[in-house]
Design a protein around this ligand. Sequence first.
Ligand SMILES: O=C(CO)[C@H](O)[C@H](O)COP(=O)(O)O
Ligand SMILES: [Fe+2]
Length: 223
Amino acid sequence: MQPFAIAPSILSADFARLGEEVDKVLAAGADIVHFDVMDNHYVPNLTIGPMVCAALRKYGITAPIDAHLMVKPVDRIIGDFIEAGATYITFHPEASEHIDRSLQLIRDGGCKAGLVFNPATPLDVLKHVMDKVDMILLMSVNPGFGGQKFIPHTLEKLKEARALIDASGREIRLEIDGGVNVQNIREIAAAGADTFVAGSAIFNQPDYKAVIDAMRAELAQVR
Ligand SMILES: O=C(CO)[C@H](O)[C@H](O)COP(=O)(O)O
Ligand SMILES: [Fe+2]
């Protein structure tokens, strides 16, 4: 199993001061920067794109950037995120005509590739592409907005994904995204997640370090 990682979603950061916000959350102990890309087509919201990812790299952010693409069709934008310095690039199977090809495009660009599953999307396709994924991201809300409530059914799905990862023997991160907070992170980790996206739970509080420390204290009770 991968070491636990906390990945603040900058969707809930102050976009007018984005560089400072990312610096601040990394100084507070975050491991990965979760970067939500929404296209007002695949999801009903519009956020940030590869130029902002490149700007964060230019500003000096060296931490891993986890680009969560909620974009359809996805293939055309993959190259832009590779160029922009993303570390992980994940996409939804519904947003790709050729899932294997999209994963290969990401890997050929030197990035880590991942698939994202909405709450009602089954994990079936995974068995055909397990050798090409470095991350499996389970959505615990319907994608499009921050600040939604965690869907409890996702805990069962996490156990299913954890079993598939363990059986594969590969080093694959199991990430959870949506409604994660200090109160539920321990149960989510116990169900098999190792990478925790949290947007509103961190950025809506004045002291990011206090939230991240509290999350780590919960995680320390799992392993
Ligand atoms: O992908 C997302 C929404 O589509 C976001 O990453 C997610 O919602 C994080 O926000 P919060 O922690 O506030 O739920
Ligand atoms: Fe996300």
